[in-house]
Ligand binder design. Structure first.
Ligand SMILES: CC(C)(COP(=O)(O)OP(=O)(O)OC[C@H]1O[C@@H](n2cnc3c(N)ncnc32)[C@H](O)[C@@H]1OP(=O)(O)O)[C@@H](O)C(=O)NCCC(=O)NCCS
Length: 164
């Protein structure tokens, strides 16, 4: 028998609120991205009606956030701006669940094609996107500046949402 007190917290998926801004900035800062976004920048993004953000939170305490994904819509297209899961919560399929929920929500808004950019060497992110059905649509050589001063290629990936 598994005692509920000791079991791993379940993730609950929900749309983000502007009050989540500080937590999202914290999780984004853990993501290893070149530039960090402030809580104020997240608050502005969350208030933007063209920006859709889904969150995975602790089902027992919904202000405890494990990860999020954020996209900007334009006409019938959207682009993933960022996705990140807290380091200690990674590898538990939260990324997969975030993507599934997010793609369904974007499709319900009328989005037909979803784009993203990913560093060529980011194995975990590429696995996540490929499993979700994304295909490579382009390559930007030396697009990302790495912390060691080097450069990394970016892949442009694309997914049709019409048949979801
Ligand atoms: C990418 C990220 C969001 C994935 O979140 P997650 O909750 O760990 O993802 P999941 O548990 O759903 O796993 C997704 C896939 O990545 C794989 N994976 C997870 N961690 C991995 C690692 N360290 N190395 C290689 N593959 C890994 C999983 O096995 C899974 O693939 P599978 O379905 O074939 O088994 C998370 O690693 C993260 O926040 N990374 C830092 C920020 C980032 O790189 N964002 C993407 C920018 S484009």
């Amino acid at each position: 028998m598994r005692l509920p007190f000791f079991s791993k917290p379940e993730a609950l998926l929900r749309p983000a609120r502007t009050t989540d801004a500080a937590a999202l900035a914290e999780i984004h800062a853990e993501g290893g991205f070149a530039g960090s976004w402030s809580p104020n920048e997240f608050e502005n993004l969350l208030a933007d009606r063209a920006v859709i953000t889904d969150i995975a939170s602790d089902s027992r305490k919904t202000d405890v956030i494990f990860g999020f994904v954020m996209s900007r819509m334009a006409a019938d297209e959207a682009e993933i701006l960022t996705i990140a899961v807290r380091r200690k919560s990674r590898g538990n399929h939260i990324g997969h669940r975030l993507m599934d929920t997010h793609m369904a929500r974007l499709a319900a808004f009328g989005v037909k094609t979803l784009y993203l950019e990913v560093e060529e060497d980011n194995t975990a992110a590429r696995k996540l996107y490929e499993k979700a059905g994304f295909v490579t649509a382009g390559l930007r050589k030396g697009y990302y500046r790495k912390p060691d001063g080097g450069f990394a290629n970016a892949l442009i990936m694309k997914l049709g949402l019409e048949n979801l």
